[in-house]
Design a protein around this ligand. Structure first.
Ligand code: CAA
Length: 258
């Protein structure tokens, strides 16, 4: 992988987009490398992922404008699909993905963060969908996910006006969960990931599936999705372990992902 690194710390995997000369902008190679990084995640062992950008200035400054500048309509659509496919893969990845946003999250950068389950950012982070200033729409899910996360009114204000917002405003409108000084961002992301990783993995995965799939349908269908995923946890080792630990007033629990 030329532009993406993947490392593990215990049960937590860390994917870093590493193209700092271009502020980690997403060209086709970065997108392919992201796919390869996800392929490398051992789902038997890894229980949560962190996605971040290399350097202290930028998470991801968007899709690569140089690469996009001469695309035909058909090539533009195909590039959008390439980004959308990988972002959808992140969104539906079996384990939770935390975006640790360490600077610019513009265009495709804001979009990739929105395909993650949880967004944490540093005080120097900046979010936005500046695409209309470049003569295009957001193309890696921005028109869809921003409206779903912050509501259509705010999403339309940001997208139509190509208005970038700072960390504090992103926090206020619910685009990020927490804001940290830059040096505290990765420790906080790792702490959150480790906190997720210590819980029963099948249950955590089923929660992700239930929330994501339930959000797409009406409540009558959504609660059926929940019922099935709830039922699916029973008879697992980890359900028996979690409940017997409670009943035996035992603090130590060993979840085996089975
Ligand atoms: N694509 C390609 N290269 C990029 C880039 C991008 N999105 N963003 C930054 N870079 C490159 C710059 O061209 C520059 O390269 P050179 O040193 O070779 O000239 C390098 O990164 C550093 O950038 P700047 O000198 O511009 O740094 P700055 O601190 O002055 O400004 C910035 C930082 C405000 C983020 C500015 O770089 C910027 O506005 N970048 C573009 C942001 C943007 O418009 N993103 C949306 C892209 S479109 C998109 O993402 C479509 C989609 O939905 C799929």
């Amino acid at each position: 992988m030329e532009f993406v690194t993947y490392e593990t710390e215990g049960a937590v995997g860390i994917i870093t987009i590493n193209r700092p000369k271009a502020l980690n902008a997403l060209n086709s190679q970065v997108l392919d490398d992201l796919n390869a990084a996800l392929d490398a995640v051992n789902l038997e062992e890894i229980r949560a992922l962190i996605l971040t950008g290399a350097g202290e200035k930028s998470f991801v400054a968007g899709a690569d404008i140089g690469e996009m500048s001469n695309l035909t309509k058909a090539e533009g659509e195909a590039f959008g699909k390439k980004g959308n496919d990988i972002f959808r893969r992140i969104e539906t990845f079996p384990i939770p993905v935390i975006a640790a946003i360490n600077g610019f999250a513009l265009g495709g950068g804001c979009e990739i963060s929105m395909s993650c389950d949880i967004r944490l950012c540093s005080e120097n982070a900046m979010f936005g969908q500046p695409e209309v200033g470049l003569g295009i729409t957001p193309g890696f899910g921005g028109t869809q996910r921003l409206a779903r996360i912050v509501g259509p009114g705010y999403a339309k204000e940001m997208i139509y006006g190509a208005r970038n917002i700072k960390a504090e405003e992103a926090y206020r409108i619910g685009l990020v969960n927490h804001v940290y000084p830059l040096e505290e961002l990765m420790p906080a992301a790792k702490k959150m990931a480790a906190g997720i990783a210590k819980n029963a993995p099948i249950a955590v995965r089923n929660c992700k599936k239930a929330i994501n799939e339930g959000m797409q349908v009406d409540m009558d269908q959504a609660i059926v999705i929940e019922e099935k995923l709830f039922g699916d946890c029973f008879e697992t080792h980890d359900q028996k372990e979690g409940m017997s630990a409670f009943l035996e007033k035992r603090k130590e629990k060993t979840f085996l992902n089975k």
